[in-house]
Write a protein that binds this ligand. Structure first.
Ligand code: CA
Ligand code: CA
Ligand code: CA
Length: 796
């Protein structure tokens, strides 16, 4: 089950984002079937799902698998595993005191959902390979329970993001001496991890363990993990053990052990050290628990839509802390019962009623028609001006997305403008504290945009499809699909799969973010791609930022758009500090066949075009197949950091700083223009063995400290220049002898590539200065066999 291979090009690409489309789905209801399915799924490069019938399976053995492709194990199915599940059902895996379930991951996603693990020595998720972190892979644990094990869940990650939602960690009581033994939840970054990872624990509860929640040691310099809306209480040794900085937000613990660099990150806030007042099932006591309505409604990446038991996650005026949401609510519910355009029981009437109430309302659907219900509007809906939640998924027959990369929800409420109305839904916020949200709807046919969000408050748009998803004549949007004017804090999508929007057919742009001085977030969406994930439903530009500051565009698949994937221009004021990270730009999340290259979903022009503003960061994206220069920075922009991306198979340059074409190595002292005209390095030797080598080169530039990033490429362009296919190492170089003209400094940097082999590849480099200015990509240097190099740095 080891996937080591010597073939560099196509295998590598296949592994980066492993297969999706012809996935196997297993349905199991005995231990033997479960173990057989696990073995078959692990050996197959497909993305596989194991559905477990809602029963108890006994697993007394130690079972360790090395999954190839993505693996999802989902519990709570009725016999024969029909798609629909009772949201309150689980499957139980019983370890009989000796069982252990281990996963050793390469680079596929791992999802565990609605499973209860009991009487095990533990569940572990560890890296199988210490190189090649995946770019958009994640370990996702949703609505699981770890009950009375020796240790609960142990995760060490090298390249996967980690998201744990709505899970219980109860009664782990191993007697071993270290902090990981007896921990309900232990999460850490492997010491060999070099990518920035998102590690988030949200709305979970640890109770009655030896140690509640443990974050082990890590190197400094990475984004800290986040613990949000989480309770760790009544654990025998410590509720919370930190060996690294962690952002703690609206969480609760009493006893703590913060040492060896472990500290609550300075941005932590809203935490409590009180008795949470939980009942015997770890639910907040009603009405007295201080956990009720005391969580954070706007965590980074958004809230999950359900709680541990499968109920609505946010009930009442705020979300609760912990795995369960209480039923306490004073929020009035308005029910849409008519598909008519106006009159009693219509969506229009619900919006009017919500606007008449300055407090929050929740709009739900109970339409007496089969799924999908089509609301054909004959005149525009009034703008929403008071806080409200429009919950399309409340209509019978709806189901949320489960797939880690694709949209596979069933949305049952369609809002159609038939191409005659300007705007579908308008959130006209009037104060900074207001928020308005829409989820679970399908939008078709508006001549300006489907959703418009404006004002000082925030909008939340999650789990919707635009321009596709219903069996009606396709109608697009003449301008943007979603237009956001100011509205700081607005979130389009989210980190949970059920938050993913599919955004298609915006003639000008998919998402248009206009001037704001505080960030909006576009997270986890599919932009320009059909539901299958591997064919086109193009927008003009995928995401257009005009004058926004501190906007975040992360973890989206942005492909097939006819223009640019992402374009940043000036609005009424300059743009600045956009973060573009972990996106797939030009690659398809679906695959025609497993184990092969990801499908070409190239955008029609650049992947990212920065026309204005400073301080943007383009980090750790997968950028391929785009039909022009991949990343372009124009003259007005500087300090655009371009780091740790994977850039290959684009038409044109990987990185083009204005002017067009490969810039000369010129005098950088006092230079202005795109990224201050920073020169790229010159490489003169790259040698070693298949897995470990040294690259020698020089950088000519102004004085300063520069980071050099090195990449392996399967091939080089005819002009001798290449892209930046696979990061293989980095180092720093210091120049101190520049005066009126360039100084120069030599570097030698160790590179490694444990799985695929460096021999035969073409090495390229970029330089990044201390301000974040990044260079174009250097000329190629062929990697050749050379003296054996030992990983301790000493040659023998
Ligand atoms: Ca609540
Ligand atoms: Ca250029
Ligand atoms: Ca230059």
């Amino acid at each position: 089950m080891n996937r080591r291979c010597q073939c560099f090009g196509s295998l590598l690409l296949g592994l980066l984002l492993s297969s999706a489309a012809p996935a196997a789905v297993f349905c199991v209801d005995t231990s033997a079937e479960f173990l057989a399915a696990l073995e078959t799924a692990a050996d197959s490069p497909e993305d596989d799902t194991i559905r477990v019938v809602g029963t108890t399976l006994t697993l007394p053995e130690v079972t360790t698998t090395y999954p190839q492709g993505a693996l999802a194990i989902r519990g709570g199915y009725a016999p024969a595993c029909p798609d629909a599940r009772n949201p309150a059902s689980f499957s139980s895996l019983l370890g009989a005191g000796t069982g252990r379930l281990g996963f050793q991951l390469y680079d596929g996603d791992l999802t565990l959902e609605r499973l209860q693990f009991s009487d095990m020595t533990g569940v572990s998720v560890l890296p199988a390979s210490f190189s090649h972190p995946s770019r958009v892979g994640q370990i996702l644990v949703q609505r699981c329970a770890f009950l009375a094990n020796q240790s609960g869940l142990l995760i060490s990650t090298v390249g996967h993001d980690v998201r744990i939602e709505n899970s219980l960690f109860i009664g782990s009581q191993a007697n071993g001496g270290n902090i990981f033994n007896g921990a309900g939840l232990s999460v850490g970054r492997s010491v060999s991890a070099t990518a920035d990872l998102d590690i988030t624990v949200i709305n979970s509860t640890a109770f009655g363990n030896k140690n509640g929640i443990v974050f082990g040691s890590t190197y400094a310099g990475f984004t800290p993990p986040q613990v949000i809306n989480t309770i760790s209480f009544n654990n025998r040794a410590r509720d919370l053990t930190l060996r690294q900085p962690v952002v703690l937000e609206n969480s609760l613990w009493i006893s703590e052990d913060f040492a060896f660099g472990g500290v609550a990150h300075p941005s932590s806030s809203g935490n409590l050290q009180v008795d949470p007042q939980l009942d015997g099932n770890y639910r907040p006591l009603e009405p007295g628990s201080p956990m009720i309505d005391s969580g954070s409604d706007f965590p980074p990446g958004g809230l999950p839509s359900r709680d541990h038991a499968g109920g609505v996650r946010r009930v009442g005026v705020r979300v609760d802390r912990g795995a369960y949401e209480s039923s306490i609510s004073s929020v009035p519910v308005l029910t849409v019962t008519s598909t008519a355009s106006s009159g009693p029981g219509t969506l229009r009437q619900a919006i009017l009623d919500a606007n008449a109430d300055p407090d929050e309302n929740r709009i739900v659907f109970s339409l007496p028609v089969a799924c999908p219900a089509i609301l054909s509007l004959v005149s525009a809906l009034p703008p929403l001006t008071a806080p409200a939640t429009i919950a399309g998924e409340t209509q019978a027959g709806s189901r949320e997305t489960l797939h880690p990369r694709l949209f596979d929800a069933t949305a049952c409420v369609v809002l159609s403008g038939s191409g005659n109305l300007a705007t579908g839904l308008e959130f006209a916020t009037t104060s900074a504290g207001q928020h308005m949200s829409v989820s679970g709807l399908v939008f078709y046919g508006f001549t300006s945009e489907a959703v418009r969000i404006s004002g000082p408050g925030r909008g939340i748009v999650r789990g919707n499809t635009f321009g596709t998803g219903a069996p009606i004549v396709a109608q697009g949007f003449a301008d943007a699909v979603i237009r956001v004017e100011d509205a700081p804090g607005t979130l389009i999508g989210g980190r949970s799969p059920d938050a993913r929007n599919v955004i298609t057919r915006g003639a000008v742009s998919g998402i248009h973010l206009l001037d704001s001085d505080a960030g909006r977030s576009v997270v986890g969406n599919s932009i320009g791609l059909a539901l299958s994930g591997n064919s086109a439903l193009a927008n003009g530009t995928g995401v257009l930022v005009a004058g926004g500051e501190e906007d975040r565009i992360e973890r989206n698949y942005i492909g097939f758009n006819s223009g640019r994937g992402i374009r940043i221009v000036a609005g009424a004021s300059p743009a600045g500090q956009t973060l573009i990270t972990h996106n797939g730009l030009g690659i398809a999340p679906g695959r025609a066949s497993a184990g092969e290259d990801p499908e070409d979903a190239g955008n029609g022009s650049n992947a990212v075009r920065i026309e204005n503003g400073t301080g943007h960061r383009i980090l750790e994206n997968d950028i391929r197949f785009n039909d022009a220069d991949a990343l372009v920075v124009l003259t007005a922009s500087r300090r655009v950091e371009i780091a740790r991306n994977r850039i290959s198979r684009n038409t044109g340059q990987g990185i083009d700083l204005s002017p067009d074409g490969i810039n000369p190595i010129d005098n950088d002292v006092g230079a202005t223009g795109a990224n201050d005209g920073l020169n790229f390095p010159t490489l003169f030797l790259a040698e070693g063995d298949a897995n470990l080598g040294i690259v020698y080169g020089t950088l000519q530039s102004r004085n300063g400290t520069f980071r050099i990033e090195l990449f392996a490429n399967a091939s080089c362009d005819a002009n001798g220049f290449g892209e930046a296919e696979l990061p293989i190492g980095s180092g720093t170089v210091q120049i101190g002898d520049a005066t009126a003209a360039n100084g120069s400094a030599a570097f030698q940097i160790e590179v490694r590539d444990g799985d695929y082999g460096l021999l035969g590849s073409a090495i390229t480099a970029i330089a990044i200065d201390a301000d974040g200015n990044s260079s174009e990509i250097s000329g190629c240097r062929a990697y050749t066999p050379g003296p054996e190099i030992f990983s301790d740095g000493f040659e023998q």
